[in-house]
Design a protein. Structure first.
Length: 115
């Protein structure tokens, strides 16, 4: 049996099955937020150097929506700036000081609450 086999009994440990048609399976994971339209997003841009080996990064916080949408926005912004970055823990991190450039791009994309 390989790791790709979904019928492995070890994966089912601790899972209870119910015949109740109204049963709702609950997990400890937090549900993802529903995506707000760009006009309702209140994004904040800031510069950070601490804990980054002396490198400057632009941090965009305040995004409300699923991780996949935040990843897509991060990819768009990284491509626009021609640099690297990441999207995790509710923040988009772009390598370098691109506050003015990112603010203009976010407003162009419809994010009017950008500061």
């Amino acid at each position: 049996m390989g790791k790709n086999n979904n019928n492995d009994w070890k994966d089912r440990l601790g899972v209870m099955y119910s015949t109740n048609p109204d049963f709702k399976y609950e997990t400890d994971e937090e549900p993802e937020h529903e995506l707000l339209p760009p006009q309702q997003q209140k994004l904040r841009l800031r510069i950070e150097k601490n804990g980054r080996g002396g490198k400057t990064v632009t941090v965009i916080s305040g995004f409300i929506g699923p991780q996949t949408d935040m990843d897509a926005l991060a990819r768009t912004l990284k491509t626009f700036c021609g640099c690297g970055g990441s999207a995790k823990d509710g923040e988009i991190i772009i390598q370098g000081d691109f506050r003015d450039k990112l603010k203009a791009k976010l407003i162009q994309l419809g994010y009017t609450g950008t500061k």
